[in-house]
Design a protein around this ligand. Sequence first.
Ligand code: HEC
Ligand code: HEC
Ligand code: HEC
Ligand code: HEC
Ligand code: HEC
Ligand code: HEC
Ligand code: HEC
Ligand code: HEC
Length: 332
Amino acid sequence: MRVNLVILLLLTLLLVSSVTAEDGATIPASEEDQQLFARVSEIPALVSQGKVTPGQVPNPHWRDDACQACHSGNPDARPVQLQGSNADQLCQYCHAVSFALSDSHPVGVKPEVAMIARMPASYRDVIEQREGNLACVTCHELPAQCLTGRRSEKQGNPSFLRDGPFRIRTDQCYLCHDAKLYKRLNPHEQLTKDGRLRPATCLLCHSEDLDSLRKTKGIEKLDFYGEHDLKNLCTRCHPWVPHPGGAFGISPEEAGQKHLQKPSAEVLQLMQKKAEKSSVTLPLEPETGKIFCATCHDPHERGVLENTRPGKEPGKRLRAEQICIQCHLRRL
Ligand code: HEC
Ligand code: HEC
Ligand code: HEC
Ligand code: HEC
Ligand code: HEC
Ligand code: HEC
Ligand code: HEC
Ligand code: HEC
């Protein structure tokens, strides 16, 4: 009982403190944050040099004292003057380095005529202003978090979605996508019926341009969204359920953890031996050497990468029918 009371008290405190902390206007930015707001274009370099950790990238949204993080000169000047050559680049200064875009969406792609006809005028206008391209600001309406008169919108629409908030998340998707074709929003279906590549699917995970992407070989040379923890590429759509191996006398959690770790020298040796003998490759996360989702699952449709031919894939997108024996001596 007493424990419950303490928890209740803690929760109340937490709630109260987050209410005041969330109202950016009331708490001035710290000096460190102010310094970073004044030089956002340098943030990617500072993070890659380790001088700033991703968690230290300050949040400029919905505050009165961070206009200069995004605007150069007078924020009320017209036309709007932004840091960076365009709004997408501005967002990337912080969002490409600070954390995975847990809801990333292809940008820099041109919607087809049918889609343009479907979407509301508010979306069509922003797309037209950007030579027909989809951008971060197509879906995120920045003025909502800019203008002090609109601060009250924060509570209902924290991500400043254009024309938001939406009752169901997918309502926004269907402003552009055909609801009847929802099943098509599967990023693993990367080829059209007649075998052409669907570039937008690549941009969901890869941040380089398509020409250089297709020539790249080897996971360590690639650029991903959410670079620091590659399982984020997958867990933004597939909730992590610990697996595989839960049924072998250890708990699913334990087996799941072991399967997102750096393999022991023994397992590594076996993996290398297997790789020499077969065409199956099991890529590890380059920064950490850890096993991650795409070690066992191939996110690509057969026929997209040079070393694969179109054809039937093993179930569950696994890289091999007999996936366990790629890393374990016996069939577990
Ligand atoms: C996270 C970046 C960011 C922050 C912080 C920010 N702005 Fe903006 N602001 C933008 C972008 C981007 C646009 C242009 C949106 C577009 O083109 O769709 C914009 C547009 C505007 C506009 C034009 C609005 C309109 O209706 O056309 C004004 C005025 C403005 N900002 C003022 C401010 C002020 C004042 C602050 C600080 C209180 C501020 N902004 C903070 C990014 C930001
Ligand atoms: C100065 C760095 C910086 C810039 C520039 C910036 N952001 Fe952010 N943004 C952040 C941080 C930090 C957060 C909070 C992250 C968190 O809480 O995990 C955030 C949060 C957000 C959120 C989620 C808001 C919420 O509370 O749920 C959205 C949406 C967003 N940013 C979009 C954008 C867009 C679009 C742009 C470009 C126009 C942009 N940001 C520019 C640093 C930045
Ligand atoms: C097609 C629409 C669309 C585009 C384009 C888009 N976003 Fe989003 N974004 C969303 C939606 C929907 C959410 C989820 C908001 C929610 O659940 O409240 C979101 C959420 C976010 C968040 C918050 C993530 C979190 O975990 O809370 C950030 C940060 C963000 N977007 C940044 C960006 C940036 C940067 C770009 C451009 C590179 C971009 N978005 C392009 C629709 C879009
Ligand atoms: C402003 C219009 C717009 C909105 C809103 C939008 N999308 Fe998209 N989306 C596009 C465009 C344009 C493409 C690229 C289409 C292409 O060339 O295949 C795309 C592509 C995609 C793709 C890549 C695979 C494919 O099927 O082409 C996925 C997945 C996707 N969108 C999911 C979503 C989800 C989920 C939402 C809602 C959170 C959403 N979209 C909202 C315009 C939009
Ligand atoms: C769901 C996320 C995701 C999508 C979507 C995706 N990729 Fe990948 N891609 C990865 C991951 C993870 C790797 C590293 C592991 C590997 O090699 O498969 C990778 C690796 C690659 C490689 C390097 C392969 C090698 O030989 O080392 C190429 C080339 C590539 N992707 C091209 C594409 C193209 C082209 C598309 C679009 C048709 C695409 N990817 C879509 C996640 C994705
Ligand atoms: C934009 C959302 C999205 C992202 C990101 C994504 N997937 Fe998927 N994935 C889907 C959809 C949709 C399906 C097909 C429907 C289904 O079976 O759940 C699917 C199917 C799968 C399946 C087959 C499931 C089965 O039961 O046959 C596996 C395995 C998988 N994805 C793994 C991955 C991995 C690994 C990554 C990251 C490299 C990834 N996915 C990223 C949406 C996504
Ligand atoms: C060590 C190999 C391995 C790793 C690592 C791994 N998986 Fe799997 N995954 C499997 C196997 C084997 C299956 C099918 C049997 C099972 O469910 O245990 C599977 C099944 C799935 C399915 C289909 C689930 C269903 O209900 O049928 C999805 C989705 C999936 N994995 C996603 C992921 C994601 C996301 C990650 C990373 C967070 C991941 N996997 C990491 C081996 C792996
Ligand atoms: C990419 C390599 C890889 C694949 C594929 C893989 N495992 Fe593992 N597995 C490991 C590693 C690494 C450990 C941790 C032990 C170690 O490092 O020696 C582990 C541990 C386990 C354990 C815990 C017992 C122990 O030895 O610690 C079980 C059970 C298990 N795996 C079952 C499976 C099953 C079942 C499959 C196939 C569905 C599978 N594994 C596929 C790499 C793999």
